[in-house]
Write a protein that binds this ligand. Structure first.
Ligand code: ATP
Ligand code: MG
Length: 460
């Protein structure tokens, strides 16, 4: 949405409204960065905003009257309009006990977290209102608390995490005093609801410099509040396949994968099981046997604790489960198809697996050209095999359960699932067998073999 509809709202509310764009929208406008929503602020009380907007035929939703917020629909887009307000005392480290509406703009800006988030831009033109030097901090790439960081982080324990999140999203540094205050306010940060924590961690991970945000979490100790399982990765040395320790490799992979939640969380967690499975062989080589399964356990526990969606948990699990599979040129087509079948079983699209594997390879920091060449060749081959739509699951078999029962003259039972599994193995080896007649032939042979085995094993 452009400024046009905002001008209309300004007209509707009248000049004494002092209608301002505030917060994140100002920051992003000045950076030329796209932003999802406009946050507006006004001197008018919410009731007056509602009356005037409705009077002009606009749709209004009383979203949070107690906090001074109403939502106005401008060209079908919801825009929040909040009355200038100041926050009362923070007693629980999470939310102010009360808010006071109708204060001056400067006071409203002073309750905001960071200088880059504490500016206002008058709708319809006028000078930027910037009492804390936010514009200079934007230019310098600095996250700085408004006022005394120790006090601000004592009020609301989420702010330290937001500092790391903005650093990751914008590629900024956290100013020294602001950074130094974080470890002193862990006790407050600990009280924050886990749902709010997840929202910030997720934004951090999807940022343009997620490794920066993660390094800040580690250095400030916030990592130990919410992602304690990851600490042992720091300094955990690897083997000749890697240039970096587990943590540095992890940061590299997080940065290399495309910026969406599934891939970024999987990148963060895919090697979390390495420290706990590290062993040294007789030749001095370091191994991580079974680390995928250990990473999976840790990831599931951690994501559950953060109350993430089931969809995210499933995708992360699938990516972790298959990240250790390294198909090579030596693999037969049948082996490749079995692998495609395992991905399909986990609902993991080939291109997601390939994007993850590519990032994992890049994150090793060694023999890049060779590895990338091999990777490309392999993905092309897997794509070609997948494009032929080979049977990958029991439901793809040319004969279904009913047809197999009819063919064998037997009623359903465990034998049927076993037969279907064996048929699937056969058609993955040779997809040409997946026609009704050829498959019936294979089924008959398998049944004969099964009966033969049964007789041999029968003591009578
Ligand atoms: P995003 O682009 O993620 O929406 P944002 O800066 O707009 O970033 P919001 O959570 O939408 O963040 O908050 C809007 C504004 O409200 C912020 O820019 C900031 O001025 C203020 N704000 C939000 N959360 C806090 C907080 N915990 N403490 C103080 N001020 C806050
Ligand atoms: Mg916002």
């Amino acid at each position: 949405m452009t400024w046009g509809p905002l001008l209309r709202l300004k007209e509707v509310l009248g000049p004494e409204a002092e209608l301002m764009v505030v917060g994140g929208a100002v920051r992003d406008e000045l950076l030329g960065r796209p932003h999802a929503d406009w946050d507006l602020a006004t001197r008018l009380l919410p009731q007056t905003v509602m009356e005037r907007a409705r009077g002009a035929g606009l749709r209004v939703i009383p979203t949070g009257l107690r906090h001074g917020t109403v939502t106005v629909l401008l060209e079908d887009r919801p825009v929040e309009v909040t009355t200038f307000r100041s926050d009362g005392a923070y007693l629980d480290g999470r939310r102010p006990e009360s808010v006071r509406l109708g204060v001056a703009l400067a006071e409203d800006l002073s309750r905001r977290d960071f200088t880059i988030n504490a500016m206002a831009l008058p709708v319809g033109g006028g000078d930027l209102v910037d009492p804390f030097g936010g514009r200079a901090d934007l230019a310098a790439g600095t996250i700085r608390a408004v006022g005394d960081p120790l006090q601000r982080f004592a009020e609301d324990g989420l702010r330290p995490l937001r500092a790391c999140r903005f650093a990751a999203q914008l590629g900024f540094a956290v100013e020294a005093a602001t950074l130094a205050a974080i470890p002193l306010r862990h006790a407050v940060a600990r009280k924050v609801a886990v749902e709010r924590v997840f929202v910030e961690l997720d934004k951090l991970l999807r940022g343009r410099e997620p490794h920066r945000g993660l390094a800040l979490l580690a250095d400030s100790g916030l990592l130990d509040l919410w992602l304690a399982e990851l600490r042992p990765m720091i300094g955990c040395g690897q083997n000749r396949h890697h240039r970096y320790d587990v943590w540095s490799h992890t940061l590299a992979v997080v940065r290399e994968v495309p910026a969406d939640s599934g891939l970024r969380w999987a990148a963060l967690l895919h090697d979390a099981g390495k420290p706990g499975t590290r062993s040294t062989g007789p030749d001095g080589e370091v191994h991580f046997y079974g680390h995928e399964a250990r990473s999976l356990d840790l990831a599931e526990g951690l994501l559950e604790r953060l109350k993430t969606s089931l969809g995210l948990r499933k995708e992360v699990a699938a990516l972790i489960r298959h990240h250790g599979t390294h198909p090579t040129e030596a693999w037969s087509d049948a082996a490749c198809r079995r692998f495609l079948g395992r991905l399909a079983e986990d609902g993991l699209p080939l291109d997601r697996w390939a994007a993850f594997r590519l990032a994992d390879q890049r994150g090793k920091g060694l023999d890049l050209e060779d590895r990338l060449g091999e990777h490309r060749g392999l993905v092309t081959r897997l794509e070609a095999l997948a494009a032929a739509a080979p049977p990958l699951a029991v439901r793809d078999l040319a004969l279904d359960g009913a047809a197999l029962m009819k063919l064998t003259g037997r009623r359903g039972g465990p034998w049927l699932g076993e037969l279907q599994r064996q048929l699937l193995v056969a058609v993955m080896d040779d997809p040409g067998l997946n026609g009704p007649e050829a498959l019936a032939e294979v089924a008959r042979k398998l049944m004969l073999a099964q009966e033969g085995e049964g007789e041999e094993g029968d003591p009578r």
